[in-house]
Ligand binder design. Structure first.
Ligand code: ATP
Ligand code: MG
Ligand code: MG
Length: 565
């Protein structure tokens, strides 16, 4: 089958010819295309691409597609999109460093044959159970396989039968011949190739044997001339095999020196979510969420849809440091990074999430007619005058937040209650005179009087001192909006720690959808645009569901300071 990407050095000849561009260091991000990227991957991406940027190097994006069954083109496309969205490029010095491990299957096969010929690998026909049993454990050395001393010629013949489809899945594997008594279990003759009669998303039915990750990965790194092969801590015990394999292949003349080196760092975990692709897939497949890109998901597509910016994710990941221990970060840290990013640039707007009608009983007296609309304006951003002014207007009926009225005010409450005056932000001062209730006794409307000559920004507007300022949207021009408010997806900070059933920790109240109103300037909001709704937090127009005539906003994060009483 054809190679999908150009310029792959998937061949020793290509490799030796030095077709790669000069780079001081070379790193790679090697996702398996079996799911969508999550926040933990962002850590690895920023580390690898960031090191290349900082040290005059190149970073490769490589699809580690050695496992035929779980991989799909959909994931390949989504991974490319999100690495680019985070702000990184796999272009360097005119070269496109986009690779896939399956391009190297031919080379890997030849490397396996070379190891067999050198007496460094053998075909083992033990049953999988015996193989597991004979591997031993931390306290017991392993037991040699009865097939271990077979001649290279016999092993080669057997291996070719495997390749030619003469044996069923699981009948035998190719193993490295190292040391069954090694204290490092990874050196007890690790498997290199297994039989898998499965179609591969890139190579189709060309192969029915596939290299194991531990065999494939070092070879991929070496062929691409990676200098720093950076991986997570759980691979530390694999490093001796990584070095064993590359050293032997170099001695056999198959790989050029200098050889790559593996370095490990701690995983990044986020509290109140899971970041295993398998578990995220389960959430999607079992419809606990709408999809991979649902805003409560810790996937990068989900976080983007939630309103996280690439800048905020990069700042979070960079601030988390790179250490030799796994770290747990709280969502609040991520929210802090988002606020720092958007505080200075997100335009402001007013929105009412839980609307209650406010009727201005003396409107016609003050303005001459209930048909009069009093124009109001406010800066789009308090510190960015170049963003201009938002225009809206005042009328006889307004929407306010339900929580901004109390028939009997709690202690210290400065908002609307009968007899109290508040300022309607960027509008007038009003004095509450009463409320209307339905048969069930619920407040359905509040009445107030406009206090004349108190319009914000006019001379003498501040003559009357009030303690409360509330947000509002005029009923005659309010834009109805679906507003989605999110909470943590899980109730447990570490939902899958210690083998717990993570589904039991799902938070049934993690999504609340309200029908609210937003100010008229938002009728034209572009999908995926970021806003700060005053007092309610940062919101994004949903990239899929928001459209002209159908406003849909997701809350990304609340504001840090809770709104005053
Ligand atoms: P998962 O366990 O979620 O399936 P993975 O490690 O199997 O993740 P890969 O596609 O193999 O997924 O990951 C690509 C790269 O991202 C690897 O180098 C891996 O070490 C790194 N990575 C994955 N998860 C994290 C994490 N939580 N923190 C840091 N790096 C990570
Ligand atoms: Mg993996
Ligand atoms: Mg995994």
């Amino acid at each position: 089958p054809e190679r999908r990407f150009g310029g792959s050095p998937g061949d020793a000849a290509h490799h030796a010819a030095g077709a790669l561009d000069p780079a001081k260091i070379r790193t790679r991000f090697p996702p398996e295309p079996n799911g969508y990227l999550h926040i933990g991957h962002a850590k690895s991406i920023c580390l690898n691409f960031g090191l290349a940027r900082d040290y005059g190097g190149a970073a490769h994006l490589r699809f580690d597609d050695t496992n035929p069954e779980k991989e799909e083109q959909e994931y390949v496309d989504a991974i490319k999109e999100m690495v680019a969205w985070l702000g990184w490029s796999w272009e360097h010095a005119g070269h496109t460093h986009l690779y896939q491990a399956s391009d190297y299957f031919g080379f890997m096969y030849r490397a396996a044959e070379a190891l067999i010929e050198a007496g460094l690998a053998y075909v083992d026909e033990q049953s999988p159970e015996d193989m597991r049993k004979n591997r031993g454990d931390f306290t017991t050395p392993g037991v040699n396989s009865p097939w271990r001393e077979r001649s290279p010629a016999d092993n080669l013949a057997r291996f070719r039968e495997m390749r030619d489809g003469k044996h069923p899945d699981g009948a035998m594997v190719l193993r490295a011949k190292i040391d069954m008594a090694s204290p490092n279990i990874n050196l007890r003759d690790p498997a290199l190739y297994r039989i898998k009669h499965a179609e591969h998303h890139a190579t189709g039915n060309t192969w029915c044997i596939y290299p194991m990750y531990t065999f494939a990965h070092p070879i991929e790194d070496a062929l691409e001339r990676i200098t720093h092969s950076i991986c997570t801590l759980e691979f530390e015990d694999q490093r001796p095999f990584y070095d064993w394999l590359l050293e032997h292949l170099a001695q056999l003349g198959l790989l050029a020196r200098p050889l790559p080196h593996q370095y490990e760092f701690g995983r990044l975990n986020l509290s109140y979510v899971v970041t295993s692709k398998r578990k995220l897939k389960q959430l999607v497949d079992e419809q606990h969420v709408w999809g991979w890109d649902e805003p409560r998901m810790p996937t990068l597509v989900g976080m983007r849809r939630r309103g996280y910016t690439p800048e905020s994710i990069r700042a979070m990941v960079e601030g988390s440091g790179t250490t030799k221990t796994n770290s747990w970060l709280d969502y609040s840290v991520l929210e802090g990074c988002l606020r720092s990013d958007l505080e200075g640039r997100a335009p402001r707007a007013m929105a009412v999430l839980e609307p209650l009608k406010l009727e201005l009983v003396n409107y016609a007296e003050v303005f001459g007619s209930t048909d009069f609309r009093d124009p109001c304006s406010a800066p789009a951003h308090p510190h960015q005058p170049e963003l201009g002014e938002r225009q809206f207007s005042f009328g006889p009926a307004l929407w306010i937040e339900r929580e901004d009225f109390a028939e009997v005010p709690p202690k210290g409450y400065h908002r609307l209650f009968p007899g109290n005056k508040v300022r309607l932000k960027a509008g007038h001062v009003v004095e509450c005179v009463g409320c209307t209730k339905n048969e069930a006794g619920e407040v359905v409307a509040v009445q107030a009087k406009v206090v004349p000559d108190t319009k914000s920004g006019t001379p003498g507007a501040d003559a009357i001192k009030v303690k409360g300022v509330i947000t509002w949207v005029a009923a005659h021009e309010a834009v109805p909006a679906e507003i989605r408010l999110f909470d943590r997806l899980f109730k447990d900070p570490q939902p899958d720690a210690g083998g717990k059933d993570f589904l039991e920790a799902l938070n049934p109240e993690s999504l609340r959808v309200v029908q609210g109103f937003v100010e008229p300037s938002l009728a034209q909001a572009a999908a995926a645009s970021h806003w700060q709704f005053e007092r309610h937090g940062y919101f994004v127009a949903d990239r899929k569901d928001h459209a002209p005539g159908k406003a849909v906003f997701n809350r990304t994060a609340t504001l840090k300071d809770s709104w005053g009483k």
